[in-house]
Each structure stands twice: as structure tokens, then as C-alpha cells.
Design a protein around this ligand. Structure first.
Ligand code: ATP
Length: 752
């Protein structure tokens, strides 16, 4: 109905699954594609207005435009890195304060004998619950779309679906503040996924030169105000986010490629890489400037999640089959994770209808997580001696290492505190780098199931939360367990270092859950900075994804399907060559003549039966198909009262005016059209996109799918032999076809 990120067709809650907007009954496999999700217009509208403007264009203006694109990419990268710095520094400061306070409460210096733990336990629960409740409140009441990692929403945007409110400043602010509080509040989540969302929002804002949230509209970059240009910048922003999160600029580019390959081209790839690199540098300079223990600009702070140095990464060729087996385990565990989370999400839809209930749920999960940490600390009997430099032989500095003594003796600490008391990043680093005998298998066996279940419960609640770190941490934990098992069977000197097993397990765990391929592989290799492990990591990722895919989709795709988003997958539906356009198109078509009465235009746009955004236009004389006109353009013509009078030259909207309302379009009642105007005429010819893709009755769903997927189409009109429009296909028709057919496990054979 409109082109707006701000004006909602649907309730806020559409950003998250709800029983009304998904049509899901618990256990119901029929995920309905929702009409409320609008498509983006990635096709460039090639009408006469645009052509006239291009004729007036000279070489200098296109060079200036190109330079501006690079400048925008620079700012997107620099600011994404800066946001990464703010998030990291704030989380470290807040968690550091919390941990110091709790440490003092648990083990006051002046009292050496046993003190009651009741007060510190209460304080710990209170702190975590309050942090998370504030995050949940902000999220539920200010920007529900900020919940979760944001990666699925950005995937949808790049795929061509407008996700309401996802690219907005308010969403960004809630996302940043929310993730700081959620991680500091000890929730089982990471800050890396939300960085992708943050980068994308920045890109959407900077490239448009305005902010709908703040009500600021400037004329800067106004020529970039269309879906096509915006999408390219959003892809750059997402890449910058990945780059800052993992210190992986190439991984960032590949992430954008993997999620949105339909519009890829060489100059765009190059620009996105530049953006990704800028973000990487900006984060590094920012972090090294802020942290006193780092030397400014020495590239020691390469990402939000630092895997640390893998010095001892040699592995033996005979371990490769074992690594592949670990890939199988990762795939199976990932599939279980997705399945359980899906069941929880579907039930959550029915159990938490109000925003207040969603907020309370976040508080309950926070309390549960903290209680679980405390229980794990108490039941873990393994202690280590305190040393000046953190855990003995450890890669973790004393500054990072916040430990608790709990039931250990004086000058000792509980090894579980590395996993459940510090930040999740410290825990991942500990898993990767602590020596072979540092963690006892019992500690890992206590930690793994509890943390895995908490991660499953947490993903999907109403707070910003990333899944990368929990998935990595669970994988690294069972990776170390496999190492302990192998060391017991074969002897520790015959197998590689525990860090290799932890990394392989982490890669398997992550791939089994998120099912990313190429980009994930490069992200992990870049994050470890070590090519020795490239082969095992690749083997593990391939296996893990393949095994997981046997059972279900990845976690992001599962949530996208639960929301009913009309996303187009990589491949056409099975047997789609047997289905013709007539089997999926809508008819009769609502269209207009090239010179149309205001009454007809007004009535169709105001119709309560449909809210179509594209209308085929036919020749007023012979009824031949001319091309498509957009609802937004008709609205602007009506609002500007550009009526057709054959006796005098016609006033036309300029390209700038056509973009003026983007992305906020008004309703037809706001055009100010009155009854006296109804019999006037409007000439649609200058606004018709004549370079449209047409389908014939013989076009197969397979070729239609590829056309839509590759070109990011929104509409395609089906014409008969005489070039008369007989039907229309939109992305929803294709997406709905797959969803419904997957749901009932049958492929209808077209009878046409
Ligand atoms: P979008 O909302 O994705 O931006 P849209 O509103 O024009 O685009 P859809 O919401 O995808 O179209 O369409 C919903 C249904 O209406 C689809 O089944 C589609 O085939 C049908 N439809 C869309 N446009 C027309 C039209 N001009 N005439 C008849 N049916 C249409």
C-alpha cells in the first residue's frame, strides 16, 4: 500500500511472530505468507521522466554520484566501527563493575572465613534481572523490531521484503542500548549479530540523508532515495557490521553476497569491501584508543569477538574423519536446537500476547539464567590456584578474568566462573586457549546442557540478542569434551591441541544452527587468523550444514518462515517446471488505461478489497499492454493535481518530486481530491515503466522464480498472444505457492 518504513500497515508486532499475523496454530505446519509484508522495488522504474533526466545528465554528475557512494560507504563503515566500540566498552565497563561488586560481596577481604552467600546471590539476581528488564521494556514498548539478532530481518530486506521499522534510528538506539544491557545482565546471547543490524540501519539512514524518527529531511543524497540504491547501501552496512563483529572484512563482504547475491556486481563488491574495511579499521582504532592496555593502532583489537591467537594449530591427517564426525554432531545438535526453539517460539506466540507479558518473560529468563549460573558454580567442585596473571598458563589476562571463589579454598577460584561469571567472549576465549587439563570434563558436562537450553530459551525473547556467541560456546565446549575423550583413548600427544578441537566444535555448532556456508567459513578463518585450520573448518561446515538441512532449516530461516515473510529462497520449488504462470497468477487484473479518469484511479486506490501497489497500464485505444505504473506515483500525480488537458502542454513531476515522499507515502484520502475533480483525466504515459518483464501463459514457475530472484522483481504481468494483460504475478504468489505446497506435501499439476 505504501513505501514506508515508518507508516505501518500492520501492528508493531508484525516484526515478531504473533498468532494473528502468522496464522500459526501450535503444531500447524502451514505457515501462511502474510499479505501485509510489502515488497521492495529493486527494479529501476524506467519511465519517460527518468529518461528525460538522464538526457540532461552529464558525465560530471554521474562521477559526483559515484564519489558520493564511496563517501557514504566510508561513513557507514566508520560509524559502524564506532558503534562497535561503544557497545564493547560499555559492556566491559558495566559487566566489570557488576563483577567487582559481586566479588566483593561473595568474598569480602576482611572476612577470611565462610560468609553467607544469601545477599550476594540476591544482588546478582536483582542486577541481572533489572538490566534485562530495562532492555526488554525498551524493546517491547519502543521498538519491537529491535528484538533478536536482526540478521533475519536484514536477510528479508536484502531479499526484497520491506520489514516495517527495521531500518530506523529508534530501532538502532534500542538495539544498541538493549544489547549492552542484555549482555551485561548475563543473558545467554552475544553482541555480534546485532552489529549486522546496526550497520544496516546506519547505512539506511546515512544514504538517505534524512531521519524519519527525528523528522529531519535534507536535500543531501536525495538522488539515492529509492529501494534499489538503499538496498546496496544496506548490504554494505551489513558487511560492515560483520566486519566489526568478528574482525572479518572479507567475511563481511561474503555475508552480504551470500544473503543477497541476486544483485551482485563488481563495482558494488568493491565498494562494500571498502565499507567493510573502513569498519574494521575504525573499530580497531577506536578500541585501541579506549583501552589503556592496548597500543593505539596496533591491530590487537580486531573485532568485537576476538578468538585470540591460535599458536598451536597443527593437526594430524588421521584426525580429519573425526572432524567430519564432529560436523555430523554439530548438524544434529543444531537441528535439535532449531526444532526446540521453533516449538518454544510457536508456544510463546500463544503465551505472551501483551507487551508487558513479553517484558516480564525477559525478566524471568534473566532470573532463570542467573540462578543457573549460581547453581553451576556451586555444584562445580573444581578449583585452581590464583596467580598474578590470571589462570596459570592462560591466554586470558587478569583484567579480563573475573573469577569467583565460591566453594574453593583461599587464593583459589572456581573454574566454572570463567564460563558463567565473565562475559561470553571471555568464556569462548577460555575454551579456545586454556591448556588441556584446565577444565575438568565434569565442569564441561555440567555447563554444556544448561547453557544450551538457556540459549534455546533466550533466542526469540523481546531483547536484542545475538546467537553467534552462544552457538560458538556450546560447540567449543563439546569440542573440548571430544578432545578429553580422544586424549583418554589415544594419549594426548597423539592428537592435536584442545584449541583445535574447541574451534572445530565451535564451527560445527555454529554451522549446524545458522547454516551459513561460505561467509561463515571465511569469518572463522579470519577470526582465527590462521590458515592451517582452513581444511578441517571447511569440512566441518559442509558436513554440519548438510546434516542439519536433512531435518530442518537454519534458525534464521525458521524464524522468517514463522513470521510469514514472502522470502524467495535460493532454488525454485520442486517440480516448478510443470507449473505455468496461469497456475499462480491473480486474475482479473486491476489495471488502468494510459489516459484514465480520476474517478477510476481514486476508486481503485481507495478500494477496501485490495491494496495493490503495481497496476498494468493498457493503451487507451487498442488495449495493448504498455507497462506498469506504481501506486506511489499515481498518489503523487493526484496530490499535485496534474490533470490532463490535451489542449495545452502537460505539467510533469520531476524525478526529484517522484522521490520526494520516499519512503513515506500517504493514503489516497490525503491527496485532497474532491468530487469536482473526479471526471478529470490523468495521463499516466510519462510515468509508465515501459521496460518491464512480461510473462506469457507458457512461462513456467521455474523461470518466473529465477526472474524474480535474480532481478528482485516486485510484479510481472502475464499477457496473452494479443499482448493483453490477463493476470499478474507478485513475489507473494511465488512464496505462497512454496509455503502452501511444502505444508501439504503435494505439488499440484497445472491444468491449463
Ligand atoms: P507488495 O505488497 O508486495 O508491494 P502488491 O501490493 O502490489 O505488492 P501483493 O501484495 O504482492 O501486491 O499482492 C497480493 C495479491 O494481489 C497477489 O496474489 C497478487 O497477485 C495480487 N495482485 C497484485 N497486484 C494486482 C493487480 N494489479 N491486479 C490484480 N491482482 C493483483
Amino acid at each position: 500500500m505504501n513505501e514506508d518504513d515508518d507508516v505501518l500497515l500492520i501492528d508493531d508486532d508484525v516484526a515478531e511472530p504473533s498468532s494473528e499475523n502468522t496464522g500459526i496454530q501450535a503444531g500447524d505446519e502451514l505457515y501462511k505468507i502474510k499479505n501485509e509484508f510489502e515488497s521492495l522495488n529493486y527494479e529501476i522504474v524506467q519511465n519517460r521522466i527518468r529518461q528525460d533526466e538522464l538526457r540532461r545528465h552529464n558525465k560530471t554528475s554521474s562521477t559526483t554520484k559515484e564519489l558520493e557512494r564511496w563517501l557514504i560507504c566510508f561513513f557507514i563503515g566508520a560509524l559502524t566501527g564506532a558503534i562497535g566500540v561503544v557497545i564493547t566498552v560499555s559492556i566491559e565497563a558495566l559487566s566489570g563493575l557488576k563483577q567487582k561488586w559481586l566479588n566483593n560481596l561473595f568474598h569480602p577481604r576482611e572476612v577470611e572465613s565462610h560468609v553467607s552467600s544469601f545477599v550476594p546471590v540476591l544482588v546478582w539476581c536483582w542486577l541481572d534481572t533489572s538490566f534485562v528488564l530495562i532492555s526488554g521494556l525498551m524493546c517491547a514498548f519502543l521498538a519491537p523490531v529491535a528484538a533478536g539478532s536482526g540478521i533475519p530481518q536484514i536477510k528479508c530486506f536484502l531479499n526484497g521484503v520491506r520489514f516495517p521499522k527495521v531500518i530506523r534510528l529508534k530501532t538502532l538506539i534500542v538495539k544498541v542500548l538493549g544489547i549492552i544491557l542484555a549482555v551485561s545482565g548475563g543473558l545467554v546471547c552475544g553482541k555480534e549479530g546485532p552489529m549486522v543490524h546496526a550497520g544496516a540501519v546506519l547505512a539506511g539512514g546515512i544514504s538517505q540523508g534524512n531521519s524519519l524518527s527525528l523528522g529531519i529531511t535534507t536535500s543531501i543524497f536525495e538522488h539515492f532515495r529509492d529501494d534499489h540504491e538503499k538496498r546496496d547501501f544496506v548490504a554494505a552496512g551489513a558487511a560492515a557490521g560483520v566486519s566489526a563483529a568478528f574482525g572479518a572484512p572479507v567475511g563481511g563482504v561474503l555475508f552480504a553476497l551470500e544473503e543477497a547475491a541476486s544483485f551482485w556486481n563488481q563495482p558494488l563488491t568493491w565498494r562494500i569491501f571498502f565499507c567493510s574495511m573502513t569498519s574494521f579499521m575504525s573499530l580497531n582504532y577506536g578500541l585501541t584508543a579506549m583501552k589503556t592496555d592496548l597500543q593505539f593502532g596496533n591491530f590487537s583489537a580486531v573485532g568485537l569477538l576476538n578468538f585470540g591467537k591460535f599458536d598451536n594449530s597443527m593437526w594430524y591427517y588421521y584426525e580429519l574423519p573425526l572432524f567430519v564426525l564432529m560436523g555430523v554432531i554439530g548438524g544434529l545438535l543444531g537441528a535439535c536446537f532449531v526444532q526446540l526453539n521453533k516449538v518454544i517460539t510457536i508456544n510463546r506466540i500463544h503465551l505472551r500476547p501483551s507487551r508487558l507479558a513479553k517484558t516480564l518473560e525477559t525478566g524471568c529468563i534473566a532470573l532463570l539464567s542467573t540462578c543457573a549460573y549460581i547453581v553451576m558454580l556451586y555444584v562445580n567442585p573444581y578449583c585452581r590456584d590464583e596467580t598474578e596473571d590470571g589462570p596459570a598458563g592462560s591466554a586470558i589476562s587478569m583484567k579480563e578474568f573475573q573469577h569467583l571463589r565460591m566453594n574453593c579454598g583461599p587464593h583459589q577460584y572456581n573454574t566454572m566462573s570463567l564460563l558463567s561469571f565473565g562475559t561470553p567472549e571471555t568464556a569462548v576465549k577460555a575454551m579456545f586457549h586454556e591448556p588441556y587439563d584446565f577444565f575438568h570434563s565434569t565442569t564441561l558436562l555440567i555447563f554444556l546442557p544448561i547453557y544450551w537450553l538457556l540459549a534455546c530459551l533466550t533466542y526469540g525473547i523481546s531483547v536484542p540478542s545475538g546467537l553467534f556467541v552462544p552457538a560458538l560456546l556450546c560447540g567449543a565446549t563439546w569440542g573440548r569434551l571430544v578432545h578429553i575423550l580422544m586424549a583418554t583413548i589415544c594419549g594426548v600427544e597423539k592428537i592435536s591441541d584442545p584449541s583445535v578441537y574447541a574451534l572445530v566444535g565451535a564451527a560445527a555448532g555454529l554451522a549446524g544452527t545458522v547454516r551459513m556456508t561460505l561467509s561463515l567459513c571465511v569469518i572463522i578463518i579470519e577470526a582465527t587468523g590462521n590458515l592451517t585450520l582452513a581444511l578441517p573448518i571447511t569440512a566441518v561446515l559442509i558436513t554440519s550444514k548438510a546434516v542439519g538441512d536433512l531435518f530442518n532449516k537454519g534458525i534464521y530461516d525458521t524464524h522468517i518462515h514463522l513470521w510469514g515473510v514472502p522470502i524467495l529462497e535460493w532454488e525454485p520449488p520442486p517440480n516448478s517446471e510443470l507449473i505455468k504462470a496461469t497456475g499462480i497468477m491473480s486474475k482479473p487484473v486491476v489495471g488502468f488505461r494510459s489516459v484514465e479518469t480520476v474517478r477510476n484511479l481514486y476508486n481503485e486506490l481507495a478500494s477496501s478489497n485490495h491494496q495493490h501497489n503495481g497496476f498494468p497500464v493498457t493503451d487507451a485505444n487498442n488495449g495493448d499492454y504498455q507497462g506498469l505504473v506504481l501506486r506511489s506515483h499515481i498518489l503523487l500525480i493526484l496530490k499535485n493535481r496534474l490533470f490532463y488537458d490535451p489542449s495545452r502542454p502537460q505539467d510533469l513531476l520531476s524525478l526529484t518530486e517522484l522521490r520526494s515522499a520516499y519512503p513515506r507515502y500517504f493514503s489516497v484520502s490525503e491527496t485532497g481530491i474532491e468530487e469536482v475533480d473526479m471526471d478529470k483525466l490523468v495521463d499516466l504515459r510519462p510515468y509508465i515503466n515501459k521496460s518491464v518483464h512480461m510473462l506469457t501463459v507458457e512461462s513456467t514457475l521455474e523461470s518466473i522464480f529465477r526472474l524474480f530472484r535474480a532481478l528482485g522483481l516486485r510484479h510481472a504481468v502475464v499477457v496473452d498472444k494479443a499482448l493483453k494483460p490477463i493476470g499478474i504475478v507478485t513475489r507473494k504468489d511465488i512464496a505462497r505457492f512454496r509455503a502452501e505446497n511444502e505444508a501439504v506435501h503435494r505439488i499440484p499439476i497445472d491444468e491449463f
